[in-house]
Design a protein around this ligand. Sequence first.
Ligand SMILES: *Cc1c(COP(=O)(O)O)cnc(C)c1O
Length: 212
Amino acid sequence: MYLYLINNLNSIVKQLSGAARLLVVSKNQPVEKITPLLDAGHREFAENRMQEVSQKWRALKLRYPGVKLHFIGHLQSNKVKDAVALCDVIQTVDRLSLAEALIKEMQRSDHFPECYVQVNTGGEQQKSGISLEEAENFIAMCRDRLKLPITGLMCIPPADEDPAVHFALLQGIARRLGLKILSMGMSNDYEVALNYGATYIRIGRGIFEERI
Ligand SMILES: *Cc1c(COP(=O)(O)O)cnc(C)c1O
């Protein structure tokens, strides 16, 4: 019944040919549509709401060893405890108060999920992410002063702009700061992101939409 999921997965993985890793964005998707992908051996998923992480992934993580769950939504400080307990990567560190809450909870629980800093490359008011101007200082502060395990960067380009500009900006920051992981590119623009060194692409519709 869900054979198209496996076909979509296989065709994107094949296209990547090892250049980047595929994060399947399972937000808003029921467990019935996620398990075929887990059964096919895929292990890297992303969610954007902690409520869905708790509801779906507490059980799925027990059933499927080796799952690596990334958090890609706006993280509220009151959800930090769950995020540290349930997520393997938190991609959306974007403010000092959050960074401080994260390191505090990591030390308390002695569990240190990897963190990426989200950069608001488009300077959009309504979007999360640290501004371009503040990004390098903020990352240095997180790494050097707080000792937060920052390993990468993520961005979501403005919908109405050429994504290449934004991917290039993120790549530049990563190079200057020696960060190896770049989470960028979604269903519509991942081919562009690959040209700018994406190491993780985040795909929702490209996996879960049945194409004719
Ligand atoms: C939903 C979402 C995606 C996936 O978008 P698609 O267009 O469905 O591939 C990727 N990244 C973030 C942060 C998202 O919220």
